[in-house]
Design a binder for this molecule. Structure first.
Ligand code: ZN
Length: 202
C-alpha cells in the first residue's frame, strides 16, 4: 500500500510538472492534481523559476468567439475532439496532448501562441458545460467555435468572412483554417479506414 501511494504521488508530481512547463495557472494545478497548495507552490517555483502569477481564471466564453482567438481555439478543440474520440485519451491527459499538438502546429506555421494552456483547459470545461460548441462553416467546411445559444444559420467562419485589415493575419488564418478543413477530411477518411490514431500527428 505504502509503495502504491508513493507511485501515485510521483504520477501527480509528473502531471503537475508537465502542466507547469506548459504554462498552467495554479488554479489548474489545484483542480487537476491531489497535491497540496504548498507543494504545488514549491514545485512551481522549482520548475518555472518564479512564483505563479495571481489572478482569476478566465470565466467568459466571449474570448473564444473573437476573431483571432476563435481560429486558434477551433484548431485546439478539433485536435482535442479527435484525441478523445479516436485515441482513447481523456481528462487532463487529452488536454495536455492536444495542447502539445496545437503548439507544434503553430510552430510549423510560424505563428504566435494565442491560446494559453489555462485558456485551453477552460475551453474544454465550457464545452463540457455545453456553453460552447462547433459548427461547420458553409464555405470552407472547417468546424469553428460558437456560442451554443446563438443562431447559426448559414454560418461563415472568421477566415471566409475576414476583416479587410488582414495582411499577415490573412496568412495566419489560411494556415489555421486550411488545416481545419484538411483535418475534417482526414477525420472522415480515418473513420472509414482502420481508425488509426497516428494520423492526428501528421
Ligand atoms: Zn470558412
Amino acid at each position: 500500500m505504502r509503495n502504491k501511494s508513493v507511485i501515485s504521488e510521483a504520477r501527480q508530481i509528473d502531471l503537475a510538472v508537465a502542466l507547469i512547463r506548459l504554462g498552467a495557472r495554479l488554479a489548474v494545478l489545484e483542480a487537476e492534481t491531489s497535491l497540496s497548495r504548498e507543494r504545488l507552490l514549491k514545485l512551481y517555483k522549482e520548475v518555472a523559476g518564479k512564483s505563479p502569477s495571481k489572478g482569476m481564471l478566465p470565466f467568459s466564453t466571449d474570448w473564444f468567439v473573437t476573431w483571432r482567438p476563435n481560429l486558434h481555439s477551433s484548431i485546439f478543440i478539433d485536435i482535442h475532439r479527435f484525441l478523445t474520440r479516436h485515441a482513447s485519451v481523456g481528462g487532463i491527459e487529452a488536454i495536455i496532448k492536444a495542447y502539445q499538438l496545437y503548439l507544434e502546429h503553430i510552430q510549423v506555421h510560424g505563428l504566435e501562441r494565442v491560446l494559453s494552456l489555462t485558456r485551453a483547459w477552460s475551453l474544454v470545461r465550457f464545452f463540457d458545460a455545453k456553453m460552447l460548441t462547433t459548427i461547420p462553416c458553409t464555405q470552407c467546411q472547417g468546424h469553428f467555435i460558437v456560442h451554443v445559444l446563438d443562431l447559426h444559420q448559414h454560418y461563415v467562419c472568421g477566415m471566409c468572412n475576414m476583416p479587410s485589415r488582414a495582411g499577415q493575419t490573412k496568412n495566419e488564418a489560411l494556415a489555421v483554417c486550411g488545416e481545419l478543413a484538411a483535418r475534417d477530411a482526414r477525420h472522415h477518411s480515418t473513420k472509414r479506414s482502420s481508425g488509426k490514431t497516428a494520423a492526428v500527428t501528421g
